[in-house]
Design a protein around this ligand. Structure first.
Ligand SMILES: [Fe+2]
Ligand SMILES: [Fe+2]
Length: 386
């Protein structure tokens, strides 16, 4: 009898130990990661295993729509649920834990959902997820305890610990996403403002960015490099705000003095961007943007850099920039091979011919190869943008 009691206590101790280590591992996962889209499914799986349950769902609150939506849902497609409806909707509304043996006994449980999914919901443990300020931001729902009729007090304790961790991480993730979006929108607006100075260059930075990102994806550039390229491409011509209108808006070919003034814009771009605060992951943006008129044979400007001295991202912008300049309508002429080529839009075939001719002198061969392989997508975008 005594040894049976001891065995039982030892088993409880083991379970508590396992729950504590899950809590610790989830806490450390959450503390070390900001990409929660990848992390949350893993955490939900850990909860299901630890709780010896059949399914777990993590809902987020959408205050604008007054709805809950499934951030992670095991065994079902994404669903949206009005606040106050169903078990999760109730918990989101009241902020109270709900722990029941049979969901079908609850008057507000929608049995149709089970029937549609060929599933039988029995025991449910559902609890609110709150942020630092105690505001409800989501719901954690664990379904069907295996081997027992319902979830017990220890399960509640474990899930509350988890919900607290997830709440802090979710709030951080939401703040992080909001800050990223605010930063991206400000830069996009700034780039569009510079382009809008002249109707014929409107959209240039956005198009150069679109083409550059396609080339970068084709070349398999790492995520961080793509992020730096994105902002550098958007801002590569921001230095043009320091060029006089007489030169910038000139309708006709440049005099040598005007050409010299125009060619100061990459250095001006670098100066302006060096005064921006870029987060650590985006510190290369000013340098990449500054090098967009460098050529691999050293005849570019402002520094006359060669080959490996030029960042790969700048070489990508260089190709997209020339492609857009040739295939867009401008007041000033298009130059190729050191002379005035045309004032009109250059046809795609001729543009490709010009770009290919400058491989090894102006352009990097690998970048041109990637550009040519995504040309069908680029020309599709070009046709639709005009
Ligand atoms: Fe430029
Ligand atoms: Fe440009």
């Amino acid at each position: 009898m005594e040894s049976e009691k001891t065995q039982c206590l030892l088993a409880q101790c083991d379970e508590l130990n396992a729950q504590l280590s899950t809590l610790l591992s989830v806490a450390s996962d959450l503390a070390s990661e900001l990409d929660f889209n990848a992390l949350f499914p893993l955490i939900v799986k850990k909860i299901t295993d630890m709780m010896k349950a059949e399914r777990t769902s993590l809902y987020l609150l959408d205050p604008d729509q007054n709805e809950l939506w499934t951030k992670v849902a095991e065994g079902i497609d994404t669903i949206r649920l009005p606040i106050g409806e169903g078990i999760s909707g109730r918990v989101a509304q009241t902020g109270e834990i709900l722990n029941v043996e049979d969901a079908w006994e609850l008057p507000f449980f929608n049995r149709e959902f089970d029937k549609r999914n060929n599933f039988r919901t029995r025991s449910v443990l559902c609890l609110p997820i709150k942020n630092h300020a105690g505001e409800k931001i989501g719901v954690l729902q664990v379904i069907n305890k295996k081997g027992k009729p319902r979830f017990d007090a220890q399960d509640e304790w474990f899930c509350q610990g988890l919900a607290a961790q997830v709440g802090i991480a979710l709030e951080n993730s939401l703040l992080h996403d909001e800050m990223k979006l605010a930063f991206k929108k400000s830069i996009q607006t700034l780039a569009a403002t510079v382009d809008a100075k002249h109707p014929l260059t409107a959209g240039h930075s956005r198009r150069v960015t679109d083409y550059s990102m396609k080339i970068a994806q084709k070349m398999g550039l790492p995520r961080r490099s793509q992020d730096n390229l994105y902002y550098a491409a958007l801002l590569h011509d921001i230095g043009k705000i320091g060029i006089s209108d007489a030169v910038l808006l000139k309708n006709g070919p440049f005099t040598p003095e005007e050409r010299l003034e125009m060619n100061t814009h990459p250095a001006k771009t670098e100066n302006i961007l060096n005064n921006f605060y870029f987060p650590r992951a985006l510190r290369r943006v000013p340098w990449i943007a500054a090098c967009h008129h460098e050529k691999i044979d050293g005849t570019g400007y402002p520094r006359g850099l060669t080959e490996d001295q030029i960042p790969l991202e700048s070489k990508i912008i260089a190709v997209s920039d020339v492609f857009d300049a040739l295939t867009s309508l401008r007041d000033y002429p298009k130059y190729a091979f050191g002379k005035i080529l045309d004032y009109k839009i250059v046809p795609i075939e001729k543009t490709v011919y010009i770009l290919k001719k400058d491989v090894g002198s102006h352009f990097d061969p690998d970048v041109i190869e990637a550009f040519l392989s995504c040309l069908p997508e680029i020309t599709f975008d070009t046709d639709n943008a005009r």
